[in-house]
Design a protein around this ligand. Structure first.
Ligand code: GDP
Length: 296
């Protein structure tokens, strides 16, 4: 079995026990382990570099506490810094503070999990006593509209009636009017994805944004795609101004380093994580849990 980062640091620091302070020299090996662990977890290398630098600054000169071994102490610094980097506690809540109907836009590449997440989020919102309306605005992928309708039926949540012959901007604007007239307080816009970012898609998303003034633009990122997700998130952020990330497929093998990188690179906080294909497999994001996963 692989050693966890904590185990590795413990052994690196064995020789250090009993010394007074941490020095540049004696934490070098430990920081190397931290760097490797983060790279293995698929954190972007630039993010890792900056991060390790920060931990070094914090650690050097720190007194070795009697209650902790030096390894545990570095782990604690790493842990706290990672949580801070992920936005700390409380900064990750969905912003619904607007006059209803509140529009939330889901964006991302094809296959990232948008349609599934749209249903999951509707389900979660209903549990928060809201009245969601699901809106299929992907007219390009065959069966995308049907897929969301099926999800809506399974959850018994209303799906706005649209068809592939319509313009996505008209669908989105029409859905908001429909919501207003029929008492739906939250409108979840499931937008089209592509295999990669293209100008046509971005232009369309910008028009949907202009037509609906969404309170949140949530980027659905597939945790399994690692580094790739960071580049893509950057592209979406540049054009649309993302307000949050939903990290899907965290039930797989991925350690979730992408979440850290996306936050570090775009400043956009992770708000939810997807933990399975089932429609209740969505949880508000807890930086603590992801950090424990990263550190092993
Ligand atoms: P879209 O193209 O972005 O709308 O993606 P879909 O919602 O169609 O999802 C693509 C695939 O990913 C489907 O097979 C989903 O069941 C699956 N999926 C979505 N979210 C999760 C998740 O959190 N965990 C797992 N294991 N699978 C997921």
């Amino acid at each position: 079995m692989f050693d966890t980062l904590s185990d590795k640091l413990e052994s690196v620091f064995k020789k250090l026990r009993g010394q007074g302070v941490m020095t540049e020299d004696n934490i070098k090996d430990a920081l190397r382990e931290v760097r490797l662990a983060l790279l293995e977890a698929d954190v972007n290398f630039r993010v890792v570099k900056e991060f390790v630098e920060k931990v070094r600054e914090k650690a050097v000169g720190t007194e070795v506490l009697h209650s902790l071994s030096p390894g545990q102490q570095v782990i604690r610094i790493v842990h706290d810094e990672l949580v801070a980097l992920m936005g700390g506690a409380g900064n990750n809540e969905l912003d619904l503070a607007a006059k209803p109907p509140v529009a939330l836009m889901l964006v991302g590449l094809q296959g990232a999990g948008k349609t599934t997440t749209c249903g999951k989020l509707g389900n979660w919102l209903r549990k928060q006593k809201r009245r969601p309306l699901l809106v299929p605005a992907d007219v390009y992928r065959p069966a995308a509209i049907e897929q969301l309708k099926t999800v809506g039926r399974q959850l018994n949540i209303e799906v706005f009636d649209s068809n592939p012959g319509q313009n996505p901007v008209d669908i989105a604007a029409g859905a908001l009017r429909f919501a207003e007239l029929n008492g739906y307080d939250t409108v979840l816009l499931d937008t089209a994805g592509r295999h990669q970012i293209d100008d046509f898609l971005m232009g369309e998303l910008e028009r949907i944004k202009a037509a609906t003034s969404p309170r949140e633009i949530l980027f659905v990122a597939d945790a399994m795609t690692g580094q790739e997700a960071v580049t893509v998130a950057g592209g979406f952020h540049e054009r649309l101004g993302l307000t949050g990330v939903i990290l899907s497929k965290l039930d797989g093998d991925a350690k979730g380093g992408a979440a850290l990188s996306i936050k570090a690179v775009t400043g956009t906080p992770v708000k939810f994580v997807g933990l399975g294909e089932k429609l209740d497999a969505l949880e508000p994001f807890h930086p603590d849990r992801l950090v424990s996963r990263l550190l092993g």
